[in-house]
Design a protein around this ligand. Structure first.
Ligand SMILES: [Zn+2]
Ligand SMILES: [Zn+2]
Length: 148
C-alpha cells in the first residue's frame, strides 16, 4: 500500500500536499503489468476528486473492490483452505483491467505455493502471458515464475 504522510506526501495528479481532512485514495502496488492502463496509478496516493476526473476511474474502482474482497480472504483457489504462512502464499494481483482480456478471470487469485504449481490451468495462464508478452500487451517480469 502506498504510504501517506499527511503534510508531505503529494497527490500524484495535482501535485498538492495531501491533508488529513481530505478525501484520499491510496492505490496499492498490486498492478503487475506495466502496460496496463491502470499501471500509472500503481503504488501512489491521490485526492479522490482528482482521480474521479480520470477516464480510467471506473476500471480503477472495479479493481479496488476486487482487491478488497481478496485482501480479506487469503483463501487458496485450488483447495479452498486458508493460506496462513506468508512463505506459502502466491497472489497473482491485477493481471489486467480489461474485462475482454482472457486473463481477466485470473485477477487476484491466491494459492498455496504447492497448489499453484499443481493447478491445471496454470499452463493456460502461462500461455496467455507468453502471447501477451510477445505482443507487448504485457510488460514487466514480476510474473515470469508462472512461465517456468
Ligand atoms: Zn489532487
Ligand atoms: Zn491450497
Amino acid at each position: 500500500m502506498a504510504l501517506i504522510f499527511y503534510g508531505s506526501t503529494t497527490c500524484s495528479l495535482c501535485g498538492c500536499v495531501l491533508k488529513e481532512n481530505e478525501n484520499i485514495l491510496a492505490i496499492p502496488a498490486a498492478i503487475a503489468n506495466k502496460a496496463d492502463p491502470l499501471y500509472k496509478f500503481n503504488d501512489q496516493a491521490f485526492h479522490l476528486e482528482c482521480l474521479k476526473k480520470q477516464p480510467e476511474y471506473k476500471e480503477l474502482e472495479l479493481m479496488l473492490s476486487l482487491l478488497n474482497k481478496h485482501k480479506s480472504s487469503k483463501i487458496c483457489f485450488v483447495c479452498n483452505l486458508p493460506i496462513t504462512k506468508p512463505d506459502d502464499y502466491i497472489g497473482l494481483g491485477l493481471l489486467t483491467s480489461d474485462n475482454s482480456n482472457p486473463m481477466f478471470k485470473y485477477n487476484f487469485l491466491e494459492f498455496h505455493k504447492q497448489h499453484f504449481y499443481e493447478w491445471e490451468e496454470r499452463k493456460v495462464l502461462a500461455e496467455y502471458l507468453k502471447i501477451q508478452k510477445e505482443s507487448h500487451q504485457w510488460v514487466g517480469d514480476s510474473l515470469d515464475f508462472i512461465l517456468g
